[in-house]
Design a protein around this ligand. Structure first.
Ligand SMILES: C[S@@+](CC[C@H](N)C(=O)[O-])C[C@H]1O[C@@H](n2cnc3c(N)ncnc32)[C@H](O)[C@@H]1O
Length: 727
């Protein structure tokens, strides 16, 4: 039997870890696979038993799952299906190890599966799974082996020879063989050189930055550093650091080794020295290396079944028939499907357009599963665009209750509206505030999700620019914003909620500044909350100590996710329970309403400007350009149209109050339309006559005095106030 190689990451399951293995650290870098459009066939990792067994069960499975008689035209699809390890029987697995809220979550999803395609189909799928496992090993073996296995099985003798082996070789064909081997070796050497050159191009290395003059790496070509040598040196340094007492060179300190390995990591993987050090410090040296390696390969593409429109099993069948090779994402999710290969762009299938699924990273299921929103609740999603998590919540709530989906970026909120409509969500109201403005805008929610804007250090595989574009300032600015938003999230929850009173804080970053430190700050500022279990069945515990910092022991309840450990994006999830009202002093400490409003306006402007840079790396952007344009149009905000609605509602209110609209019309309408002030025009401000500048705005003849960016917001507030007064 051919030795089996480890599966490539995209073929590996997402979820609980397999033990790390030494061989992994010697792995070469790979370039990221494309995630857009149809996914190219992925190289099968040589998992011989699985491939063979599945293949043997294939045609029968295909016929059953398609529910059709096999025709010649169908056969290609069947072969494709045959090669994938489909096993949907885990839909029925219980999740008894989920606790608390997560059980509710599972209930919802269980229900989602109750109307599946019937017993026949279930039997067919289940028995197929058994067939795969029991398949005899000698059936059609050659057809089923992938290229790598082929080489191992046949040895290096000849592509034409079968395994009759050496005995069949004559002196003549030994000579021929020798020539063939030479040619192959030359070819391989050429390939290896090319690969190294490609690797060098993919790395942001300035050769001049590498001080390798004192060692062999410096003797290499001036075009690129010797990546292989760097790799060997990194691996060796990590080995020594992992067993420092025994393996160290007595003349070198731990700091020497660490500095040297960091320098090599910077050169090899292309990180800024600052970020390499920050990330290296999070792990043991060995794990850090695994983390850096994992960031070089993309995570598997995953889609979330929209249970408002379909069931996972039905969706899987339809997509399989379209030539998609897929598998349930793992036992921990009832709605995720991991995609291995697709003949069609997954952002343009009829099922996608009909909202049967959304392309969403597996890790972003986790915060919603932790929040576990219940039917008929009032829920706030504070930073919601483009809506992966909002629409997941709506599905768990079965379109009941009410979700307020807020995002500070109006542009991104358009995408959110598009997704809400495509996925058939009907219980959601979209709003466009800076989250700091809550709970002033509205409070008393049963649950709040804060999926915060962040640095994106957990999603480097998706966005390699993070390697170099984050500065120390980002790790001050972002945590500052995250802390403010988390306090707002806590204050927006009703501690007396009969069903909830929960807040979930999540980021797609792995740094302590954006996670444990933010949570600790919230615990300090809000003694009316405590951390509770996330109910998630996998994930590493959050830090309770990190370098010189000490956190509350309950930080153990938070969960960290890493690409190298779980094959998911790096993520952090914390769940709080609010058990008392927020004290007046705590609220005061946040600043006066004017100060908070100013901060909110500023961070709103930041969100508009920064967009993706603020950590939305969630959804695979597969929508076609036309589609995006359509969604934008569809979800667009039309101020003039809004004005008509506002006036209409104003009229209604006045009529209800018995006020004659026409009599007060001029006053009311004037209040609704702030005028631009002409430069130099005099206006009264608090009874004092002043000259206005061209930026100023006046409402009812009164100049609105505001500074800089908050001008428009203040004007709007003033406008509302005057309109109310007029009524
Ligand atoms: C990580 S993304 C959210 C992804 C989203 N939860 C999802 O699942 O699709 C962070 C979002 O925060 C928004 N944002 C940034 N600053 C904000 C603020 N002050 N208030 C509210 N939203 C903000 C960004 O526009 C961005 O859409």
């Amino acid at each position: 039997m051919a030795p089996s190689k480890p599966l490539s990451r995209r073929m590996q399951k997402q979820g609980p870890p397999e033990p790390l293995n030494e061989g992994f650290f010697g792995k070469k870098r790979k370039s990221a696979a494309p995630t857009n459009g149809a996914i190219k066939k992925q190289k099968k990792g040589g998992n011989a038993p699985a491939v063979k067994a599945v293949a043997n069960g294939g045609p029968k499975h295909a016929a059953n799952s398609a529910g059709k008689k096999s025709t010649k035209g169908d056969f290609k699809t069947q072969q494709k299906i045959a090669k994938q390890p489909l096993s949907l029987e885990e839909d029925e697995d219980d999740v008894s190890d989920l606790s608390g809220d997560a059980i509710d979550d599972a209930d919802v999803m269980e229900d989602g599966l109750s109307g599946l395609a019937g017993a026949d189909l279930d039997d067919a799928l289940d028995s197929d799974a058994e067939d795969f496992a029991d398949a005899p090993s000698d059936l059609e073996e050659e057809d089923l082996l992938d290229e790598d296995q082929d080489v191992v099985q046949k040895g290096v003798w000849s592509e034409d020879d079968d395994s009759d082996g050496e005995e069949a070789l004559t002196a003549a064909n030994i000579a021929g063989l020798s020539q063939k081997l030479d040619a192959r070796r030359a070819e391989e050497e050429e390939d290896a050189e090319q690969e190294l050159a490609d690797d060098a191009l993919q790395t942001n290395i300035a050769p001049a930055d590498l001080d390798l003059s004192d060692d062999e790496a410096g003797k290499t070509s001036s075009l690129a550093p010797d990546l292989q040598l760097l790799r060997t040196r990194i691996t060796e340094a990590v080995r020594v650091l992992s067993n420092f007492k025994e393996l160290r060179d007595p003349t070198r300190s731990r700091a020497d080794y660490t500095q040297a390995v960091l320098k090599d990591i910077v050169a090899y993987y292309g990180y800024s020295p600052f970020l390499a050090e920050k990330l290296f410090g999070l792990f043991t040296p060995q794990e850090a290396l695994a983390f850096f390696d994992a960031n070089e390969t993309p995570r598997p593409m995953v889609l979330r079944t929209n249970t408002l429109r379909t069931h996972r099993r039905d969706l899987a069948h339809v997509l399989i028939n379209r030539g998609v090779s897929l598998e349930p994402v793992g036992k921990w999710s009832k709605v995720g499907l991991q995609i291995f290969e697709s003949q069609v762009p997954l952002g343009a299938t009829p099922e996608y357009l009909a909202g049967h699924y959304i392309l969403q990273a597996a890790s972003s299921f986790l915060p919603v599963m932790a929040l576990a929103p219940q039917e008929h609740e009032r829920v706030l999603d504070m930073a919601a665009a483009p809506g992966g998590k909002t629409t997941h919540m709506a599905a768990l709530m079965k379109n009941t209750g009410c979700i307020f989906a807020n995002d500070a970026s109006k542009d991104r909120a358009k995408g959110l509206i598009g997704n809400i409509h495509r996925l058939g969500v009907k219980n959601t109201i979209v709003c466009n505030y800076s989250a700091q403005e809550f709970p002033r805008v509205m409070g008393g929610f049963d649950r709040v999700l804060l999926d915060a804007p962040c640095s994106g250090t957990g999603v480097i595989a998706k966005d390699p620019s993070v390697k170099t574009n984050k500065t120390p300032d980002d790790f001050l600015r972002l945590p500052h914003l995250q802390k403010q938003l988390l306090l707002s999230a806590i204050d927006s929850v009703d501690h007396a909620s009969k069903t909830g009173g929960y807040i979930v804080y999540s980021t797609c970053s792995v740094t302590v500044e954006e996670n444990e430190q933010v949570v600790q700050y919230a615990l300090n500022q809000r003694p009316n909350v405590r951390l509770v279990s996330t109910g998630l069945v996998f994930g590493k515990e959050g830090f309770t100590r990190y370098q010189s910092k000490r956190f509350h022991p309950s930080l153990k309840e938070t969960r960290r996710y890493y690409p190298h450990a779980f094959n998911v994006d790096g993520f952090f999830v914390a769940k709080f329970k609010k058990f008392g009202p927020t004290g007046a002093t705590a609220v005061k400490a946040q600043g006066t309403p004017a100060e908070v409003a100013r901060l909110a306006t500023n961070s709103k402007a930041d969100a508009e400007a920064e967009g993706v840079a603020n950590g939305d790396h969630d959804e695979v952007p597969e929508n076609s350009d036309e589609e995006v344009a359509e969604e934008t149009e569809f979800g667009g905000f039309d101020e003039d149209e809004d004005q008509v609605y506002i006036e209409r509602s104003l009229k209604k209110t006045m009529r209800r109050k018995g006020i004659d609209f026409r009599a007060t019309k001029s006053k009311a309408v004037k209040a609704l339309h702030p005028e631009r002030v002409t430069n130099g025009e005099t206006v009264k401000v608090n009874g004092v006559v002043e000259k206005a500048t061209e930026d100023d705005v006046k409402v009812n003849g009164k100049k609105v005095v505001v500074d800089g960016s908050s001008k428009v917001n203040e004007a709007k507030k003033e406008k509302k106030k005057s309109a109310k007064k007029a009524v």
